[in-house]
Design a protein around this ligand. Structure first.
Ligand code: ADP
Ligand code: MG
Length: 368
C-alpha cells in the first residue's frame, strides 16, 4: 500500500517544545507531547512537576513563552478558552453551592442560550451517565464528596467537549470511593468516546485507568507509553523509582555474552542484565531490580539462577496478602524483596537466605 493512503492518526492535542516560566522558574521546559483522539491519557508525576500547568495551557488559562499548542490540528494561540472545545474538571468541584444539581449542570448550556427542551434533554443524559438520576433537585451543598464530583463531571460532559481535562479529580475522595470512581470514569470514557487527559500523582491510579501514561519530571517528559511498558521498562532512573523500583546499585559494565551482560558493583557483587544493549561497553551504570522480581529461598536453589546472592533478613513486614523483607548482603548493603512466599514462616529476622532473580528483571541506567 502506498504510504499516502495510510489512515492518518492526527493527534487531538499536541504540545510542541512548550516552555512555561513563572518568573525565573520553568514549570515546563521544552515539553512535547501528542494526545491521540479518543484515548485515556494520564499525566503522572510528583507534586510540582508541571501537570496542572499542562492542563491550564491546553485549556487556554495560561500562555506559553515558547512553543506551540495545537488542538484538533489548529494552532490554539489565539483561541480563547471558551472556543477550544475543551472542558476541565477540578479536584475541588467548583460547584454553585446554593443551586440544585440540575441548575449546576444546566448552567453552561444556559450561557450558550440553548432552548429549554434541548437543555432538559442534555442535562438528563449527562445525569444518567454519572448515575445522578433522581437527585436533580438536591442542593449541591447537601451532597457527599463523591456525588459532588459526579455533578462536576456531568457539568463538563453536558457541553460535549472533544477533550475533557481532569485535574486530580479523585484526590479528595476516600480510598473505597476512589476505586469506585476509577471504574466509573473508565466506563464513562467508553460510553462517550471523549478524549480524557487525566492528572494524578498516584502511580497505581494511573496504571488502573490509562491507555497511556506520560510521566512528568521537573517540567519535562520522562516517558510516554502504556502502563505495562512504564512499569516493566521504566526509561529513566526517576521513572523506575516513581514506579516502585527500590534496589539501586552503582556498577561497572563487564563481560558480555549473547544473552546478558555482567555488572560489578563497588562491593564486588556481580549482576547479570539481559537488557543493556543501549549502554556502550565498559561504562559506569546504575543497575536496579524491582522488589517483586526477587525470589527468596532458605537454602541454595537448584537450578541456580544467574543472579544469586546470600544474605540475612534484617526486617520482615506483613503487608496484608504479601510480605516485605529487607535482606542485608555482604558489605552492609540491603535488598528489598516483596511477595508472597510459601516459606514465610521460616523467613523471619535473622534467617540466612538466598535472593535470586532473572537477568531480564535487571534494569540498567547510565551512571551518574
Ligand atoms: P503539579 O500540578 O504537577 O503539582 P504545577 O503545574 O502546579 O505542578 O506547578 C509546576 C511548578 O510551577 C511548581 O514549581 C509551581 O510552584 C510553579 N507554579 C505553578 N503555578 C504558578 C504560578 N501561578 N505562579 C508561580 N509559580 C507557579
Ligand atoms: Mg497540580
Amino acid at each position: 500500500m502506498p504510504v499516502g493512503s495510510l489512515p492518518t492518526m492526527e493527534p487531538i492535542v499536541e504540545l510542541r517544545n512548550v516552555t512555561k516560566r513563572y518568573g525565573e522558574h520553568a514549570a515546563l521546559d521544552d515539553f512535547s507531547l501528542q494526545v491521540r483522539r479518543g484515548e485515556f491519557l494520564t499525566l503522572l508525576g510528583p507534586s510540582g512537576s508541571g501537570k496542572t500547568t499542562i492542563l491550564r495551557l491546553i485549556a487556554g488559562f495560561e500562555q506559553p513563552q515558547a512553543g506551540e499548542i495545537l488542538i484538533e490540528g489548529r494552532d490554539a494561540q489565539n483561541l480563547p478558552p471558551y472556543r477550544r472545545n475543551v472542558n476541565t474538571v477540578f479536584q475541588h468541584y467548583a460547584l454553585f453551592p446554593h443551586l440544585s444539581v440540575r441548575r449546576n449542570v444546566a448552567f453552561g448550556l444556559e450561557q450558550k442560550k440553548l432552548s429549554g427542551p434541548e437543555i432538559r434533554k442534555r442535562v438528563g443524559t449527562a445525569l444518567e451517565m454519572v448515575g445522578l438520576l433522581g437527585k436533580e433537585e438536591r442542593m449541591t451543598n447537601e451532597l457527599s464528596g463523591g456525588e459532588k464530583q459526579r455533578v462536576a463531571l456531568a457539568r463538563a460532559l453536558v457541553l460535549e467537549p472533544a477533550v475533557l481535562l481532569l485535574d486530580e479529580p479523585l484526590g479528595a475522595l476516600d480510598q473505597k470511593l476512589r476505586h469506585e470512581m476509577q471504574v466509573e470514569l473508565k466506563r464513562l470514557r467508553e460510553w462517550v468516546g471523549i478524549t480524557f487527559i487525566f492528572v494524578t500523582h498516584d502511580q497505581e491510579e494511573a496504571l488502573v485507568m490509562s491507555d497511556r501514561i506520560a510521566v512528568i519530571h521537573q517540567g519535562r517528559l520522562a516517558q510516554a507509553a502504556s502502563g505495562e511498558e512504564i512499569y516493566e521498562q521504566p526509561a529513566t532512573r526517576f521513572v523506575a523509582e516513581f514506579m516502585g523500583v527500590e534496589n539501586f546499585f552503582e556498577a561497572a559494565a563487564g563481560e558480555t555474552t549473547a544473552l546478558a551482560r555482567q555488572f560489578e558493583t563497588a562491593e564486588g557483587w556481580v549482576f547479570w542484565a539481559a537488557n543493556s544493549s543501549h549502554l556502550p561497553p565498559a561504562t559506569r551504570a546504575v543497575v536496579a531490580v524491582r522488589p517483586e522480581a526477587l525470589d527468596l529461598w532458605t537454602s541454595p536453589p537448584e537450578p541456580k539462577p544467574m543472579n544469586l546472592v546470600e544474605g540475612r533478613i534484617v526486617e520482615a513486614i506483613y503487608e496484608g496478602g504479601r510480605r516485605r523483607w529487607s535482606v542485608e548482603i555482604a558489605g552492609g548493603k540491603r535488598l528489598v524483596v516483596r511477595g508472597s512466599n510459601p516459606d514465610s514462616s521460616a523467613l523471619t529476622r535473622g534467617a540466612t537466605v538466598f535472593v535470586g532473580w532473572d537477568p531480564r528483571s535487571t534494569l540498567v541506567y547510565p551512571g551518574e
